[in-house]
Structure formats: structure tokens, C-alpha cells
Design a protein around this ligand. Sequence first.
Ligand SMILES: Nc1ncnc2c1ncn2[C@@H]1O[C@H](COP(=O)(O)OP(=O)(O)OP(=O)(O)O)[C@@H](O)[C@H]1O
Length: 730
Amino acid sequence: MSKVTLRLLDKADKEILKLPRAVKGAIYDFQHRFRQDPENPGLRFKQLKGHPRLYSARVNLDYRALLLHAGGGDYILVAVKPRQEVYDNLDKFAYQVNPVTGGIEFLDLLTIGEKVALEPPAPPVSPVPAEEVPAQPEPLFAEFPAETLLDLGVAEPLLGLIMKITTEEELLGLAEYAPQLTGEVLLALHDGKTVDEVMDQVTAPVAVEEKVDTDDYQAALARPATVVTTEDTALQEVLEEGDFGRWRVFLHPAQKKIVERAYSGPARVSGGPGTGKTIVALHRVKHLVEKLGPGQDKDVLLTTFNKNLAADLRRRLLDLAEPEVARRVDIVNIDKLASDIVSAAHSGPGRQWIDDTKAVIEWQQLLDELGETRWDADFLHAEWSHVILGQGVATRADYFRARRAGRGRAISRQDRAEIWKLVERYVMRLDEKGLWTFRQVAERAARLEIERAKAVASYQAAQVSSVKVQHESGIWYRPRYRHIVVDEAQDLSAAHWRMLRAMVPEGPDDLFVAGDTHQRIYANRVSLGSLGINIRGRSSKLTLSYRTTHEILTAACRLLGEEEWDDLDDGHDDLDGYRSVLRGPEPVLVPYPTWAAELDGIVERVKEWGGSSIAVCVPERRMVAEVENRLGKAGILSTAIGPDGPKLVEAPVHVGTMHRFKGLEYQRMILAGVAEGLLPAQRVLTFAKDDPMRFRRELQHARSLLFVAATRARDGIVISWHGTKSRFLP
Ligand SMILES: Nc1ncnc2c1ncn2[C@@H]1O[C@H](COP(=O)(O)OP(=O)(O)OP(=O)(O)O)[C@@H](O)[C@H]1O
């Protein structure tokens, strides 16, 4: 017999994980024995009556595995059930190649029927007059013809059940065990999306263009829409890790397509919070390394915004891929990457790096010393960071010519001359104090990398023309990386992008960037095209949230208001199609008369919830310590989230300012202090009041902060305030 493969079908794991421990152990043994020799008589491997592709095999005395034969030696484990249940319900199993997606689907109508639990309404005890008989509830999908549902990709064997569903609870029961696309389509229709919208946002991204041969299971097995464990060992991982490990093995077809596609140049994936951009970035890294083939060099760079996120990526990549794969990847946060380059190029005493908040304080001190009142510190810092450093402006003359797109109020030539002078003094002041902002480091690193890339190119050109170029280290003449993958791309600055562009030669699969501009919280608006990174025609969007519930997601999107969002280029992005199949409680909004009362409210809520994976998010730094103190007094252990993540990860409650929540995930969250004057902050609005564009930008920025914070919660969220509630709240 040819080589036998056994993979696990998405969702089959859900029932298997509920089986007794001993049975799970038996499944582990079974899969080994089956792969070695399905004909082993002990397995009692046989085809099931009436199902040409469905087989049963013995797991132990009482349990049987159901296996779908895709062709050749390829089998898919679709269920493990008590022996008698299998033989008594042969008519309750169905399978198909979905004609829309071309993926294999198995339908356990027995389990789905139980979940939907369609109970006939109880008959009236005594005859009642016809007009008093309660009206039968209308089935939820009565208005949709069967053909419409089939066109949207709904699994045909489920149509009968679907037409009987009358409550959301039944629908959720069905969606949990039905093939993914069926659940997504029905929930989207139930949420009120039109058929056209569902076709566009849910079905089209996973549909195949070619005509599907629904009898060709072997071809179907190879399509992204067949959601199975990729490698044989992955089956075991799912059994051991349950829900925690699903991201490693069951990619959504839309995710898988993005991961495996060959791109002719830089590519970008966008999508709302929790849609799996980071997961896609990790799988992409693995895919790229595997395509490179064996080697020793660190050919791939995986970078993100901060140290904490980089550590998380490292941990996850090790979970996902073999150590040989992880060894080929440099995983480092963007500022560390820049500072390593600068440190390597400069000897001598190092400087102390300061963040934007400290840099603004330095600006303020300089302005106070000079008695300068025309310009405010925030404005000057932003002008220096985004226009001067962002565009690599090196001289006064260049600054006169520099583009200030999106920077707000117009400034005259005279203004530019004044600003340039102040910037020179500021830079000198930092030099004297031995300080350096991260943006300065990034700018310096970008210059060094651009020079290096030029040297590499001329070396390579010289080699082609067989002119010998001498250099003591051969390494210097290789491009830094062959592929770069970037997460949290929306927050990288122009200097970061210029540095990255120079680190990888232009070509297929050079740069892959994942990010969501709705979550931009560091005011780094860039246009990748103008920085030599052309993503046009190579952008994709993820729309299904795996993290947040429908209720949280809907409320969070409302916080964004009617703002417009860019696409990291000169176009627009939106959250059309952003959705979740998870359901949970509605967000709770609570007003308090004072901050002290709000603090008491936080304590009560945390006590009521109990357990861990709780976070409290506040707009200002001083409030973090106040929340911590108040929780401490109530005997609740909490920890602050610093620039590099939570200080004590094990603490059941984490507390931080909104900026600190980027990329994190909690079961439940309290967003406290969401009041006017705090969000948006009064100080910022006062500065921005005479500059409409800056004012709008500040409001947008504050909305993004709130949006990021709100979308960290998996199950529940409370938003509270004291005084006047923030203008962003409903
Ligand atoms: N295919 C999948 N199967 C199971 N879980 C998944 C899948 N894709 C993503 N997840 C889970 O969904 C959650 C969100 O994923 P991830 O962090 O990649 O989203 P994101 O789009 O990067 O979010 P954000 O923009 O908020 O940072 C994580 O818990 C992740 O493990």
C-alpha cells in the first residue's frame, strides 16, 4: 500500500477533546498503528455501508474512528464515536466537496442536530381558542431560497436543519459544529448583512475560481478550503493542547491563501483586531524558511513594534515551527534592530535613549529656557520627528522643500526658518546631555543601511563584471536578509521603513507586512509607496475575528465614529466585513460621580469576575498606580504593564495605560476613566485648537487608542467614567 497519511479535520477536534482521557490516549496509539498499516486486523478497518468514502476503524473496545478516504493513501479523521452510535446512525453522516470553495466538508448531522436541539413546541394542555394559540416563531432563514444559501457556500446536507432554526441559540449551536463557511454565512445573514454583502465579504474570499469537480477528493484535499492538520504530528498536538493550539494547525482558508501565496514584491495583510494577522505573519515566516531550503544563515527577519511583542513572536514561532526553522529567523523589535545597527557602527560611549514623552519634556524645557511661546513642544516634536527625521531631511534648504502632507496648519518660509533653528538647538541640547530619541536612532540606522545596500549592490555589480573588490569580511557584501516580515506595521515610522527597505533586496516575497491602521497609536502616518515599498495589487484583508465576540466588536467599531483610515499608502482602508462568530454579553457602560467611586467600582467588578486574565486600562499614567493601590488595599494582586509588557505576568489583574495594550489579549477588560478631558486629553486639544487638521488627527488618535483597548477583550468588557463621559461613547 502507498504511504498512508492521516489528518484531522477542523471541528472534529471539538468532540474528540470532550472524550474521556483514556479514549484520547487510545486515539494517540490508534493513529500510529493506522499509519503503519491500516490493514492490521486489530484495527478492523472497514468501509461503512452506503458511504463509499467513509470507513470505520477500532480505537478501543468501545470507540470507533470515522475516516474519510480522500484517495490513494490519504485519510481524514472526521470523528471518534462510541461504536454503537456509529452503526445506529449511519444515515446521519454526510460528506461533500463544497462546490463553492472546493474544500472537503464532513457533516455529523447527529451532533449538529443535538446542538440545534430543535424541540417541537409543547402542545397546549387543554384546547384553547385558535386566537389564543401562541404564534409559531418564524424560522430565521425562511426568506432565503435554498439556491441562494447554496450559492453562498452553505453545506447542502444541512439545509433541512437550517430551515427549521428559529432562535439565535440554535443557530450558534449549528455554527459550532457545521463547516466553517456555513456557520459564517448564516451568522452574517442573521446579523443583517445583505446576500450581496455576504457574498462579497464572506464567501468570495474563500471561493475558488475554477469549476469544482465535486468527485475529486484528492484535488479537494490540496485546497486551502479543506481545513485539516497539515502534518501528521499535528493531530497529536491538537489532542494535547485543545483550543490553545488551534492557531497552529487550523488556518482559516482566507489566512492560508495569504500565507502560501507567491508575491512578486512587497505584500500587505490588513484586518481588524483579532483576525489573525500575527498568526498569518508567523505562518508566513515558517513558509518562507521552508521554501528557502536547508541553510545556516539568518535569512529572514521578523520584526514588530516593541520588545514584549517580539518576545511573544519568538515564543510562538518556537511553538509553531521546528527549531531549525526558528534558527533561521531574527526576531527583534524595530527599535532594537535600529539601535543594534547604530551601535555596531559607532564605538565610544553609548547614549541614553529617550521615548517621545521624555523628548517632549526636553522640548518644553528648551522652550522655557528660551522664553519661546510661539510654538508648543508637541508640535515641534512632531514636526522634527515626522517631517525632518521621517523624510531624512539633512539641511535647512531641504527642509524648505520638504513635504508636510497631513501635518496640519500651513507654515511660511519664515516659520520654517524659525523651526529649523529651534531644531538645531534641540539636537545640540540632546547631544550635550548624551540623549538620543528612538527616532534619531532609526534615522541614523536607515542612513547606515542605505549606504550598506549601495555598497552591496556595487560589490555585486563588480563581481558580475569580475572586478575584484576587497573587503575583510565577505558578510558585509551580502544583503542583510532575503525576506522581511513585519507585524504591527501601522506604527512603524518612515525611518523604520527606509531602514527595512534597504535591508532586503527588491524582488519576490521581499517584504510582508501585517497591520491595521485603525489601531495606529503612535502617529506615524506613512505612505509606503513613497518609501520605495510598493504594495499595490498585493494587499489582502482578513475579516473574521477569532478573539472578540460579536457584541464587543460591534461596540468597538462604533467607537471609531465616521473617521477615515489610510491603507499605509495613499488609499483608504475600512473594516467592511469585520465580524465574529463568537457571542457574549453586551458591553456594560457605567458612570460614576468621582474617580474615587470609579476605583471602588473597579474593585467590585474584579471581585465579581474572580479568576485571572483581567485587565484594567486607563488613559493616564498616574491612574495606573492609583488603580494598583486600590486593588492592593482590597487584597487583589495586580501588576502594571510597562513598556516591555506586564511586570509580573502571572498576576491575575494587569493594569496599564491605553498605549500599553497593543497586541495583548485578556478574557475580560475594564476601560476606566473614559471621560472628557482624559480621552481625548484636554492638554492635547488645547494645543490643537487653532489647527483644525491637527485637532482632527488628535481625535482620531484618541479613538484608535480606545479601539485598541476595547478589542483586547475576549469575553467581556466594562467601560466606565467619572464626570462627563468621553465624546466617543454612545
Ligand atoms: N486560524 C486560527 N485558529 C484559531 N485561533 C486563531 C486563528 N487565527 C487567529 N487565532 C487566534 O485569534 C487571536 C487573535 O489573533 P492575532 O493576535 O493573530 O490577531 P491580530 O489580527 O494580529 O490582532 P491585533 O490586530 O488585535 O493585534 C489569537 O488568540 C489567535 O491565537
